[in-house]
Every structure is written in C-alpha cells, then in structure tokens.
Write a new protein. Structure first.
Ligand SMILES: Nc1nc2c(ncn2[C@@H]2O[C@H](COP(=O)(O)OP(=O)(O)O)[C@@H](O)[C@H]2O)c(=O)[nH]1
Ligand SMILES: [Mg+2]
Length: 331
C-alpha cells in the first residue's frame, strides 16, 4: 500500500480513501498496524482540527434521528460532518449499526457527510484506539464536525466523553418525576443534556424532564471548563427538527468560551496524555500475553503454586527480565 498516496487522497477529502484508512486502523494485523501508524504520523502535521462532539443515549432515545437532522442542518450551513459510531454490543450482534443508516438516509447521501458504522470488535481498548484514530483521519480529511455516537452501555460513554470536545447526553421525556437512572458519572461529564421528543403529546413531559435535569445539573460541582450557565439542559425534537439551531448555538457558545479561556486546548492536552497512558498500559498487557513472557510467567506461576517462590519475587523476576530499563533497576 502506498501510504503517501493514501495520505494525499485523504487530505484532498476523498471519502473512499478515508474509508479505506479507517479500515486500516481497525485491522488487527501487525503489518496493517504498522501502515496505520505510518499513515497517522504522516497526517499529523496537517494541523486540521474539527469539533469533536460525543453523543450518548440509550437505544430508542432518538440518536440516529437526531444525528440525521442535526447533521443535515450543519451540512446545510456548508460544514462537513463525519459520524462515527461506538457500539461495544455490536460485537455480539455480529456487526454494525449500519442498519441505522436507513434512519440517516438523507445524511448518508449528502456529499458533505461521511458516516462510518461501528466495527465488530469486542475489546473496548481496541474500540477506543480505532475511534481516536478514525477521528484523526476525519480531521485530516477536512471534516469540520465529528459526531461520535455511542449507546449508553458499560464504559463506552466515559470513553467517548474522554475523546470529545463536547459531550451531549440525549434523553427521552420521563413519565413521572424519576430521573431515568442516569449514572452520576455521565451526568458529570455531560456538557449539554438534550431532552428529545419534545413534540406532540410528549412535549409537556419533555419540558418537565428538562427542568428536572436543569435542576440536577445545578447541584453538581462547578467545573473549571464551564462558563456561567453550563452545563445546561435543552429540549429538542429530532423528528420535527425543532430546537436544533438553538442547541448548535449553545454548543458554539460553549466552545467559543472554552477556546478563549484556554480550556479547549487544555482538555485536548489532558485527553492526549490520558490516551498515551492507556496505550502504555494496553501495550504492557499485550506483551504479557505474548511469548516469551507468557511462557516465562506460566513457568514461574508453577513455582509460585508449589511454594518455591513468593508471588512478589516471581513478579519482580518477570518485570526485571522483560522490562529492564523501564523498571528502574536494569543493567
Ligand atoms: N416523537 C418523536 N419521536 C422520535 C424523535 N426522535 C426519534 N424518534 C423516534 O424514536 C424511535 C427511535 O429513534 P432512533 O433515532 O432510531 O433512536 P436511537 O436508537 O437512539 O438511534 C424512532 O421510532 C424514531 O422515529 C422525536 O424527536 N420525536
Ligand atoms: Mg440509532
């Protein structure tokens, strides 16, 4: 594969080249990984930056409908919009939320849009890297807004929040006064809560739910990355395309403030550091699972079982032998 040619075509905004590059970063093959790394290195210097918007919400809340309507609004303003999906459950269902492309029919045909469904991958670590790298590729291809969609399953929300500039939580109108069991951690990482389906007979319930969440948000600890009034809750109707312009206005206001206050760059820097450390941990674990460490560990484990060696001493032996220089006691 000609990495230079692929890079040039990505920078020219060719969607097929972008799709091909994402396939490359998704691959588990060692030679593909090497090529992906070379490609990402080559594209790093480009300096193009998009706005990364994470979007989470349980199935049925209206994410796909929202992305279609919101995405069409943005492309209508001349912006290029990429949609990436993170769905840890897709490994089980054997593939992608590509089915959702039917709900994003107009957007998927829009020349200014690029939609990439979730790959079938089981490990969250793998999904995290793939998604981060795909974001980088979309930015290199000149996309202005990158929407990263996830279902509210397990750690995936936190993961997406940790790679977004803005994190949106989409909720449905609640029946009574219960706050739909939203995990506290997710509430705390939300920048804007959107109560969807504020239309027809659900409108009143949506308004009440929105007020409940606005109240709950006010009770959270103030964050340095927020100006007065944020995080906030708004109502929208993805179906009727109502409230979307207002929501976009609020997002831009928040991002503008964060840029001015240095919080935007600080957040990205902190995320980069976080992902670096995560990669080191993942890399170490991967090495422990591979030969020769794996065999050495299993041999030592037998001696530990037989009581010939203490667990701590055996661990030290592995670390000293295989991580010499890093453990601080190498030759
Ligand atoms: N009334 C109403 N229904 C909506 C709205 N947005 C989505 N829906 C409906 O909710 C269902 C789930 O929507 P979908 O976008 O697939 O949700 P997702 O699973 O979060 O992607 C569909 O039947 C949509 O038509 C909305 O704003 N108002
Ligand atoms: Mg969907």
């Amino acid at each position: 594969m000609d990495i230079e040619d692929l890079a040039a075509r990505i920078e020219a905004g060719e969607r097929r080249a972008l799709a091909r590059a994402i396939t490359l970063v998704e691959s588990g093959r060692a030679d593909h990984r090497a090529q992906a790394t070379a490609l990402l290195d080559r594209l790093r210097g480009g300096g193009r930056q998009g706005l990364r918007i994470g979007l989470s919400g349980t199935p049925g809340v209206g994410k796909s409908t929202f992305i279609e309507a919101f995405g069409m609004m943005l492309t209508g303003q001349g912006l290029k919009v990429a949609v990436l999906a993170v769905d840890p459950s897709s490994a089980r269902s054997g593939g992608s939320i590509l089915g959702d492309k039917t709900r994003m029919e107009r957007l998927s045909r829009d020349r200014r849009a690029f939609i990439r469904p979730s790959p079938a991958q089981s490990q969250l670590g793998g999904v995290a890297r793939r998604t981060r790298e795909a974001i980088g590729l979309c930015e290199a291809a000149g996309f202005d807004v990158i929407l990263i969609e996830t279902v509210g399953v397990g750690q995936s929300e936190t993961m997406v929040a940790d790679m977004s500039d803005l994190f949106l939580l989409l909720l449905a109108p609640a029946g009574g006064d219960e706050l739909q069991g939203v995990k506290r951690g997710i509430m705390e990482s939300a920048d804007i809560i959107l109560v969807n389906k504020a239309d027809g007979e659900l409108k009143g319930a949506a308004t009440r739910t929105c007020a409940d969440y606005a109240g709950a948000l006010r009770l959270l600890r103030k964050r340095p990355q927020d100006p007065e009034g944020f995080p906030k809750a708004l109502t929208v109707s993805a179906l009727e395309e109502a409230g979307l312009a207002k929501a976009w206005e609020e997002m831009q206001a928040l991002v503008g403030w964060r840029r001015g206050a240095g919080q935007f760059a600080a957040r990205r820097a902190e995320q980069a550091r976080h992902w670096f450390e995560a990669e080191v941990r993942e890399g170490l674990l991967a090495r422990l699972r591979k030969e020769p460490v794996r065999g050495a560990m299993s041999a030592l484990a037998s001696r530990v079982e037989e009581g010939q060696l203490s667990p701590a001493r055996a661990a030290e032996e592995i670390l000293d032998t295989y991580l010499r220089g890093y453990a601080g006691k190498g030759p």
